[in-house]
Design a protein around this ligand. Structure first.
Ligand code: CMC
Length: 392
């Protein structure tokens, strides 16, 4: 196998050609379908960006309205799927609940599993986009021991999600426009990030011609890991520990740098960005403002800023070009919105969903797609003869 090159972690191996997302990690550029993330964050919204990623162009007003109306009609979960949530322990982490429920969608919608039938792909797309927020809200409700709320389709998808998460059946729920705006922005900033670990997982699973639900369920599991989407939860836990123990951030950093601990500075570093993550720059700029509007003055924000200040002036981080990534400041905003830490990665999944779908569809439509099947460098034993159990 002399023609095989070892590339652990796929640092330098492109697995596909894609028209969806462009990243220049050296200069910190991120564009969806050519549009700079900064412009989309300022002028667009999650609904439009989902449409853009999946269908390739920004929608006209008419297209946006039709897309929105279609999504609102599919928010309900099958009553039997609701029973599913009762099978998990009350303290279950919502991420495996989310991936299991998405996997189960293949059993409820057996009429739309053919990856090569455009109509089936389209209806699966709509079902997933519409139902994942309901699933996420039910995972939260289950963990709180609170009753589920049916979706109210007079509300937009993010409004409905907040209501189903924080509302109660017998009480009217006032949707706070500041919360909706903050959530919408965070979802938009997470919507795609080319061939990251979860997206590559979605593509790899899909390359075997597994259906969209099965592929996205696998992506959710990949996102759960602390080096990927799970980092937003890990950042907040790190900040909370520093706050509770009163440990000096500089001392904490010294231990990380000297590798006296196997901890990393969570929310720092990125495989592709060797410069400030442009999403983190937008979030940092808005974190203070959003926290102010949500009426939350969080001492953890000061600790985060202090850590960043120390890191950006430190040789260890400078030499390795480690900058804050998207996960560094998001948790503080989610916390201010009232989400418990274990919901943070679920929110990342809600945001990343249109990206996973767009990438899966691009993969299915690309005639160059082959089943994903990496090679290996074998370093095990040479040929040897079987030894009967009594002689081992
Ligand atoms: N804290 C301390 N040292 C770090 C960190 C960090 N956060 N990240 C990388 N390094 C060091 C690492 O120890 C290595 O140093 P050395 O050469 O002395 O051993 C060097 O920097 C290169 O690191 P690497 O592990 O080879 O880099 P990678 O591209 O394989 O990993 C990463 C990228 C994001 C997994 C990593 O930076 C990391 O673990 N960061 C913390 C977790 C995190 O915030 N993840 C979220 C990523 S962004 C959004 C997302 O995907 O969800």
């Amino acid at each position: 196998t002399g023609d095989v090159t070892l590339d652990t972690g796929f640092v330098n191996t492109a697995s596909c050609s894609s028209k969806i997302t462009f990243i220049n990690g050296d200069t910190g550029i991120l564009r969806y379908r050519g549009y700079p993330i900064e412009q989309l964050a300022e002028h667009s919204n999650f609904l439009e960006v989902s449409y853009l990623l999946i269908y390739g162009e920004l929608p006209t007003q008419e297209q946006a309205d039709a897309f929105d109306a279609r999504l609102r009609r599919h928010t309900l979960l099958h009553e039997d799927l609701k029973l599913f949530f009762n099978g998990f322990p009350r303290d279950a982490h919502p991420m495996p609940v989310l991936s299991s429920a998405v996997s189960a969608l293949s059993t409820f919608y057996q009429d739309s599993l053919d990856p090569f039938d455009p109509e089936e792909v389209e209806i699966s797309t709509i079902r997933l986009l519409a139902k994942l927020p309901t699933i996420a809200a039910y995972a939260y409700k289950k963990s709180m021991g609170q009753p589920f709320l049916y979706p109210d389709n007079s509300l937009s998808i993010p409004e409905n999600f907040l209501r189903m998460t924080f509302g109660f059946p017998a009480e009217p729920y006032e949707v706070d426009p500041e919360m909706v705006k903050a959530l919408d922005l965070l979802l938009l900033l997470h919507a795609d990030h080319e061939q990251n670990c979860s997206t590559s997982t979605v593509r790899l699973v899909g390359s075997s011609q597994a259906n969209l639900f099965a592929s996205v369920s696998a992506g959710i599991n990949a996102l759960f890991g602390p080096l990927h989407g799970g980092a937003n939860q890990a950042v907040l836990e790190m900040l909370a520990t520093l706050h509770e123990t009163g440990q000096d951030p500089a001392e904490f950093m010294r231990k990380i740098k000297n590798k006296e601990t196997n901890q990393r500075l969570m929310g720092f570093g990125h495989r592709v960005y060797k410069n400030y993550d442009p999403r983190a720059a937008i979030i940092k700029k808005t974190a203070d403002e959003i926290l102010g509007k949500l009426g939350a003055d969080d001492p953890l924000l000061d600790i985060a800023m202090k850590l960043e200040e120390v890191a950006l002036a430190d040789d260890y981080f400078v030499e390795r070009r480690l900058y804050p990534n998207v996960d560094f400041y998001t948790g503080l905003i989610y916390k201010a919105m009232g989400f418990p830490t274990k919901m943070f990665t679920v929110l990342f999944a809600l945001g990343r969903l249109p990206g996973w779908i767009a990438q899966w569809r691009e993969m299915i439509e690309d005639p160059a797609t082959k089943i994903g099947r990496p090679r290996q460098i074998y370093i095990g034993e040479g040929a040897r003869d079987f030894v009967p159990i009594a002689q081992r």
